[in-house]
Design a protein around this ligand. Structure first.
Ligand SMILES: Nc1ncnc2c1ncn2[C@@H]1O[C@H](COP(=O)(O)OP(=O)(O)O)[C@@H](O)[C@H]1O
Ligand SMILES: [Mg+2]
Length: 197
């Protein structure tokens, strides 16, 4: 299955999601992560440590047929034409969104565009959600649900373990953070939804 992670805004957890969804899919079959962001964030994550799947940047030919799953990490602010190509060339477009106004505004733009081009295979992933007693994530979830937007049922919580994982160049379960397991569970839930898609 080919999964593309995209958004019109930076810092919403695209690269973190691409890395962890690839780590999850690797448990199902050989997975390739294509780093299509000129900032090369996923490639530098890989170069700092050890990831359980292959990572290439776009300049190398993607030997896709060798892989059961391909995850594509993209740059923020794709031009609309790029978004069309991305949407057309994958099984599912994953749209990470943090529960804050700027991120939601960017999401609305993205969704308007996806509707305009007739894209149907996409799903919003709420990321970096603040811990209780904040009700932000809950509020945003019900708002988006009411607006008829397709959402993953699991959120990705805001956990320091994800930053540690990026620094160490490993998936979150490879860190010593006491909440690493919780972070990995969040992405495992999303990954299971992906496989069921
Ligand atoms: N669930 C999370 N909890 C805490 N920090 C996170 C989480 N996901 C991402 N981050 C941090 O937020 C920043 C942006 O994440 P990143 O995945 O690079 O986003 P993008 O690729 O959309 O720019 C990074 O510093 C990353 O470590
Ligand atoms: Mg990124």
């Amino acid at each position: 299955m080919i999964i593309t992670v995209a958004s019109f805004k930076g810092g919403v957890g695209k690269t973190t999601s691409a890395i962890h969804l690839a780590a999850f899919l690797q448990t199902d079959g050989d997975t390739l992560l294509i780093d299509a962001d000129p900032n090369r964030s996923a490639s530098s994550w890989a170069s700092r440590g050890m990831l359980p799947f292959a990572v290439v940047d776009t300049w190398q030919p993607p030997r896709r047929h060798q892989y059961q799953h391909v995850v594509i990490d993209t740059q923020a602010r794709p031009v609309p034409e790029d978004l069309k190509i991305l949407a057309d060339s994958c099984h599912l477009l994953v749209l990470p969104t943090t529960p804050d106004t700027l991120s939601l505004e960017a999401l609305v733009l993205t969704l308007e565009y996806l509707t305009a081009i007739g894209a149907k295979r996409y799903r919003v992933l709420l990321t970096i959600t603040p811990p209780k007693p904040s009700r932000e994530a809950e509020k945003v979830r019900s708002m988006l649900t009411e607006a008829g937007m397709p959402l993953f049922s699991a959120d990705i919580r805001r956990l320091a373990a994800f930053q540690k994982a990026a620094q160490a160049g490993v998936p979150v379960y490879g860190t010593k953070d006491p909440r690493a397991e919780e972070g990995w569970k969040d992405y495992q839930s999303v990954g299971q939804e992906l496989l069921a898609f």
